[in-house]
Write a protein that binds this ligand. Structure first.
Ligand code: SF4
Length: 700
C-alpha cells in the first residue's frame, strides 16, 4: 500500500522532537521518530509515540461552528459566515460602547508562531488593546522576566548539545524524566558514558529524575532563593568565584555580595530543610565543574517570587563565569511546544513582537508603522489571571479563548468558571469537545489540529521547525490562522489578506531583521528543504546559532550581565495556618498532557495512572488515619477536591502532591486540582503561585 510521509515536530512539550508521520491509502496514520532530527535522533516518548491515535480519533472533534443567542438556549449549528458576522458584530458593539480594553484574547503555547503573530497583530495593532495573554503566562513568564533583567533580553543562552558537554547539571524544580523525557534520555546517556559527571536535583519530591542524581536536595517548598544564596555563599567561602568574569562582564554585584555575606549557612540549611553537608557538596560539584549548567521549569517559575527564584539561580552562573561557553549556562525548559515562538512574536500582554519593548515609545512606533496603524497601546494588558478577574468584576465584557482549557488549567478554577458565567460574550476556538471551557461558549469554533495545518514552532533551545500537514481537518474545522484572518476581515481591518501562512511568517521574519532574534534568513521553504535552525539566523546562508553570549557581551545597555539582588529569602517562612497544615504542590504525570483533551483519548496512556491521586508521606497519612487508596477531602481557601490517597516516601513530610491534569469531564470525583491552587501572582512576571498552597487533608 502506498504511504505518504511528511516531516513534522511533536505537538506536546518544548523539547521539540522531530517526527515522521505517514498516511496510507486507507487513511491509517503512523508516527515514528525522525532519525535525522538533531533533537531526538529517532526517539520519541510515550506521548509522542501515540500521537497517531489522537489524530485519527475524531469522536470528540468539533466539526462545525455552533452559536447561541442567549445563555439559556442550547447552541446550534451555524455557517462560518454567520459565526463570523456575529463575532464581529458583538466585538464591534462592545468596543464601541466600552472601549477596546473591554475585550480580551486568551491563547496558548500550542498555537503555531504564525497564529500567535496574527492574534497579537489583530489585538494590539487593530483592536487597540494589549489584553492578549496566553497559558504560557502560567508556564515560563518568570524566566522571561529574569532573562530580560539579567541578560538584557529574553535570550536562552544554551543549546541541547551543551547538556552533553556539561560536567555538572543542576536540575531545579523540574522532573524532566517525565516532563521532557527525550531531553532527559540524552542526559542519562551522557551520565552513563561519563560517570564522573555530577547531577544535582532540587525538588521537594524524589522524582524519577533523581534516579541518576549524585545529590538530591529535598528542600522545603518556597525556600529556593535562600538555598541558591547558601550555595553561592559556600562557593564564595571555597574561593570558587570567577572574579575576572565578575569584574569584566557583570554589574550590580555589590548588593548581591552583601546579601551573600549576610547568609549564615547553618541557619540557611535548617530553614531550607536541607543538611548543610549537602549544600557544601553541591557547591563543591559546581565549583569543580568545567561546564556548569542549570535546568529548571515550573518549580521555580510558578511562584509568587518566581522571578527572584530564577534570578538567584542565574546569579550562580554569573558568580562562577559559567555562561557563554560549552556545557555552561542557565537553561529554562519550556513546557509547551511553542512557548518560545509565542515569546518571539510578543505573545503576552506585556510584550511586543520581535523583542521590542512595550514601554519604549520608539519600539511601539516602529511596530505600529510596520502594521500600518497610528499607534499601539502603551499600557500592559491584563495577564492570564487578571483577565478572568476582570471578567468576573465586569470590567472585561468579552473573551476569545484559543486552544486552551482555562476552566481546568488556571489556578483558583472556580473563579474562572464564575468569570465565564458572568461574561457577556465568550468565544471558544478549539479542536475538541472535551474542553470544559467549551461549556461556556456563546460561539464555538472548530479548529484544525496537529498534522492538519502548516506553520512553525520554536523549541526550548530556540530551534525553529516547520510542521508539514498530512491530513485534512474533519468537517468544517479550519486552521486557526484562517479563522483569525476571517474575523479580522469581518472587523474591516486591513493587513490580514495573506494568501498562505508562509506569507505570515515572512512578515514576522522581516520584522526581526537586525535584532537579537533575527530570523530574516528563514522562510517556510528553507525550513522545509533544510530542516530546523536555531535563531538568530540573520541571512539565507546562515547556519543558525546554537550558543549565545560566547563573546560575553550581553544584551544590556552596558553589555554586562546584571546580578539580581533578591530579597524574598529575608522573609521568614511562615508557619502553616493551623487549619491548613500541609503545602500542596502540583505537577504533571509521565503519560498525560495538560487537561487531557488529547492524551486522555489514548487507552494505553491512561494505564500509567487512570485517576488523580494525592501523594502523601506515610507518616502524615498515619497521623490522619488515611489508608492507601482511601478517599480524602483536600481543602484550601479557594475550594475543595475529593481524591484517593497514595502513600509515598518520595515526598517530604508536610507536603502533598496532586497531578494537574484532571477536570470534570474525565473524573468521576469531579476532583479538579485547580479548585485548590493559589491565584497570587509574581508582581513582575504575573505568573501564578501554583506550587505552594496551604491545604487541609482529611478522610472523606
Ligand atoms: Fe513529544 Fe516532548 Fe515526548 Fe519529544 S519529549 S516526543 S517533544 S512529548
Amino acid at each position: 500500500m502506498r504511504t505518504t510521509q511528511v516531516k513534522t515536530t511533536c505537538s506536546y512539550c518544548g523539547v521539540g522532537c522531530g517526527i515522521i508521520a505517514g498516511k496510507d491509502e486507507r487513511g491509517g496514520l503512523t508516527v515514528t521518530g525522525d532519525p535525522d532530527h538533531p533533537v531526538n535522533q529517532g526517539k520519541l516518548c510515550s506521548k509522542g509515540r501515540n500521537l497517531n491515535y489522537v489524530v485519527q480519533d475524531h469522536a470528540d472533534r468539533l466539526l462545525y461552528p455552533e452559536m447561541r443567542l442567549h445563555r439559556s438556549h442550547p447552541r446550534s449549528r451555524v455557517t462560518w459566515e454567520k459565526a463570523m458576522l456575529r463575532a464581529a458584530a458583538v466585538f464591534k458593539s462592545i468596543i464601541a460602547k466600552h472601549g477596546p480594553d473591554s475585550v480580551g484574547f486568551y491563547v496558548s503555547g500550542q498555537c503555531l508562531t504564525e497564529e500567535y503573530y496574527l492574534v497579537n497583530k489583530l489585538v494590539k495593532g487593530f483592536i487597540g488593546t494589549n489584553n492578549i495573554d496566553t497559558n504560557s503566562r502560567l508556564c515560563m513568564s518568570s524566566a522571561v522576566v529574569a532573562y530580560a533583567k539579567m541578560l538584557g533580553e529574553d535570550l536562552v543562552p544554551v543549546a541541547y548539545e551543551d547538556l552533553e558537554e556539561s560536567d555538572c547539571l543542576f536540575v531545579a524544580g523540574a522532573n524532566p524524566s517525565w516532563c521532557h523525557p527525550i531531553l532527559w534520555r540524552r542526559v542519562e546517556a551522557h551520565k552513563a558514558a561519563n560517570p564522573e559527571v555530577k547531577i544535582i536535583v532540587v525538588d521537594p519530591r524524589k522524582t524519577d529524575s533523581c534516579a541518576i542524581a549524585d545529590l538530591h536536595l529535598q528542600l522545603i517548598p518556597g525556600t529556593d532563593v535562600l538555598l541558591y544564596h547558601a550555595i553561592a555563599r559556600q562557593l564564595w567561602n571555597d574561593g570558587r568565584v570567577d572574579h575576572d568574569f565578575v569584574r569584566d562582564h557583570t554589574e550590580a554585584g555589590e548588593n548581591y555580595v552583601r546579601i551573600l555575606k549576610s547568609i549564615n549557612l547553618r541557619k540557611a540549611a535548617k530553614a531550607c530543610g536541607v543538611p548543610l553537608e549537602q549544600i557544601r557538596l553541591a557547591a563543591k560539584y559546581i565549583g569543580n565543574a568545567k561546564g556548569f549548567m542549570t535546568m529548571w521549569a515550573m518549580g521555580l517559575n510558578q511562584s509568587k517570587v518566581g522571578v527572584e527564584k530564577n534570578g538567584a539561580l542565574i546569579n550562580l552562573h554569573l558568580l562562577t563565569g559559567q555562561i557563554g561557553k560549552p556545557g555552561a549556562g542557565p537553561f529554562s525548559l519550556t513546557g509547551q511546544p511553542n512557548a518560545m515562538g509565542g515569546r518571539e512574536v510578543g505573545g503576552m500582554a506585556s510584550l511586543l513582537a520581535a523583542h521590542r519593548v512595550l514601554a519604549d515609545p520608539a519600539d511601539r512606533a516602529e511596530i505600529a508603522s510596520y502594521w500600518g496603524v497610528e499607534e499601539l497601546p502603551a499600557q500592559a494588558g491584563l495577564s492570564a489571571t487578571q483577565m478572568f478577574e476582570a471578567l468576573e468584576s465586569g470590567k472585561l465584557k468579552a473573551v476569545w479563548v484559543i486552544c486552551t482549557n482555562p476552566v481546568v488549567s488556571m489556578p483558583n478554577a472556580n473563579q474562572v468558571e464564575r468569570a465565564l458565567k458572568k461574561a457577556k460574550f465568550v468565544v471558544v476556538q478549539d479542536i475538541s469537545n472535551r474542553s470544559e471551557t467549551a461549556e461556556y461558549a456563546d460561539l464555538l469554533l472548530p479548529a484544525a489540529g496537529w498534522l492538519e495545518k502548516p506553520g512553525t514552532m520554536t523549541n526550548a533551545e530556540r530551534r525553529v521547525s516547520y510542521l508539514e500537514p498530512l491530513a485534512k481537518p474533519p468537517g468544517e474545522a479550519r486552521p486557526d490562522a484562517d479563522i483569525l484572518c476571517d474575523f479580522a476581515r469581518h472587523m474591516n481591518y486591513p493587513g490580514f489578506n495573506f494568501q498562505n501562512v508562509s506569507e505570515i511568517y515572512d512578515e514576522y521574519a522581516r520584522m526581526t531583521a537586525g535584532t537579537n532574534i533575527d530570523v530574516s534568513g528563514l522562510s517556510h521553504q528553507r525550513l522545509r528543504e533544510e530542516g530546523s535552525f536555531q535563531w538568530p539566523v540573520p541571512s539565507a546562508d546562515h547556519p543558525g546559532t546554537p550558543r549565545l553570549f560566547t563573546d560575553h557581551k550581553f544584551a544590556t545597555q552596558s553589555g554586562r550581565a546584571r546580578f539580581m539582588s533578591t530579597i524574598s529569602h529575608l522573609k521568614p517562612t511562615p508557619e502553616p495556618p493551623s487549619d491548613r497544615p500541609f503545602i500542596l504542590t502540583t505537577g504533571r504525570l509521565r503519560d498525560q498532557w495538560h487537561t487531557m483533551t488529547r492524551t486522555g483519548k489514548v487507552a494505553r496512556l491512561r494505564r500509567h495512572q487512570d485517576q488523580p491521586l494525592l501523594e502523601i508521606h506515610p507518616l502524615d497519612a498515619f497521623d490522619l488515619r488515611l489508608q492507601d487508596d482511601q478517599l480524602a477531602v483536600v481543602t484550601s481557601s479557594f475550594g475543595e477536591v475529593r481524591v484517593k490517597v497514595k502513600h509515598s516516601r518520595a515526598i517530604r513530610q508536610g507536603v502533598v502532591f496532586l497531578p494537574m491534569h484532571w477536570g470534570k469531564i474525565l473524573n468521576a470525583n469531579r476532583s479538579r486540582t485547580n479548585n485548590l491552587t493559589d491565584d497570587q501572582i509574581d508582581p513582575h512576571s504575573k505568573q501564578p503561585n501554583f506550587k505552594f498552597t496551604y491545604v487541609n487533608v482529611q478522610a472523606y
